[in-house]
Design a protein around this ligand. Structure first.
Ligand SMILES: [Zn+2]
Ligand SMILES: [Zn+2]
Ligand SMILES: [Zn+2]
Length: 363
């Protein structure tokens, strides 16, 4: 599904040394000066304002920051030497990126009271403006973003239940195999042709006016198009023609730079004309049947009125055999197969468990 970028937001990280919340782009703690360790992750801040500053946007796109292998200080991805200790950053650990931090919330966040003195502070405050205590309650719990298209969720099942299902499936498979081999088992018996039956049919068609509905592009040429309405024809990843964009909840993705990319998964509903139309189509108006109980089938005599034509032909032949199992029949729609059977001729017949003839050869 295509991802659409809405902008970037500043993330936050909590200093493990003094518990202060720090803005994501800031690489060392504002309160105690400790560098952000590589195992301290960025999180969504309660107040999420889209960043419009171009240098911040560029920084967010550069790639995840690198931690100095000597002093652990976070450095931009394009730095060669650590800005803190001057060490060579080659071989430094790059921060992970790409993880979803939670849903993006726009609009102002409520002020948060200081856990120590109770004074309300801005939601993103790292330390209380009154007493200087760390604002520990200010961070957001990550909430999973709602996808644009619902994905099937997989419930947790106990191992015993899974084992039971596997056993059940195996038993069913064995059972099906046994049943199929039982039903397809055949044996050969001899039979004498004792009779036959046949039915040959011809449809007669005539042009008639029909009213139908279809997508405009599928309507046959020459049809009279009636009323149309725009309907969703398909959903796809790219916009095309008359479309409606359908997007899921915006969410924030960690870029590893201290900024989060706010994205949205979008798809496009493509609208097209769906129309009623009237057209002339060949319709079956009559069916001629000819039946017989001999070995010389003939087609029915068809009388066509003006504007009529012959439609499809169907033929069904049944041959009866006298066997040790009593009378068996064999049905075919192939005239050439039927012609092989002469009255009173002898045949070897393959007969399955259900008593059906599956194959034959002349004796
Ligand atoms: Zn600190
Ligand atoms: Zn360093
Ligand atoms: Zn306070």
């Amino acid at each position: 599904m295509p991802r659409k970028t809405l902008g970037v937001v500043s993330l936050g990280w909590r200093c493990p040394n003094c518990s202060s919340m720090n803005p994501g782009p800031q690489k060392t703690c504002a309160a105690c000066g400790s560098p952000q360790p590589d195992n301290v992750e960025f999180e969504n801040m309660p107040q999420q304002d889209l960043v419009t500053d171009t240098s911040a946007l560029e920084n967010a796109k550069k790639g995840a920051d690198i931690h100095c292998p000597y002093c652990d200080t976070r450095n931009p991805v394009d730095a060669r030497q650590c800005k803190q200790c001057g060490g060579d950053l080659t071989g430094g650990q790059q921060r992970k990126s790409g993880s979803v931090l939670g849903a993006y919330t726009s609009g102002p966040a409520e002020q948060v009271p200081c856990p120590t003195c109770g004074k309300p502070n801005p939601a993103n405050a790292g330390r209380c403006s009154s007493c200087g205590a760390a604002m520990t309650a200010g961070t957001l719990q990550p909430t999973p973003p709602a996808p644009a298209v619902a994905r099937p969720t997989v419930g947790k099942r106990s191992p015993a239940l899974i084992a039971g299902l596997v056993v059940l499936f195996c038993l069913l498979a064995v059972g099906c195999f046994a049943l199929i081999s039982f039903l397809t088992r055949t044996r050969e018996i001899t039979g004498t042709v004792s009779g036959a039956e046949w039915m040959l049919s011809i449809h007669v068609e005539q042009l008639a006016q029909v009213t139908k509905s279809d997508w405009r592009e599928s309507i046959p040429a020459g049809a009279q198009v009636g009323t149309c309405e725009q309907r969703v024809n398909r959903t796809q990843d790219q916009p095309e023609g008359n479309y409606k964009e359908v997007c899921g909840t915006p969410y924030t993705v960690d870029t590893g730079t201290g900024y989060g990319e706010v994205v949205q998964d979008c798809q496009y509903e493509i609208y097209m004309d769906y129309c009623d139309y009237t057209a002339q189509e060949w319709q079956v108006v009559q069916k001629y049947d000819q039946t017989g109980q001999d070995f010389t089938p003939i087609w029915p005599q068809v009388v066509l009125a003006a504007g009529q034509r012959e439609g499809t032909r169907t033929e069904t032949y049944t041959v009866f055999f006298d066997t040790e199992n009593g009378q068996l029949d064999y049905i075919t729609e192939d005239a050439a197969v039927f012609q092989q059977f002469q009255p009173a001729s002898l045949w070897f017949l393959e007969v399955n468990t259900l008593g059906n003839i599956t194959d034959f050869r002349s004796k």
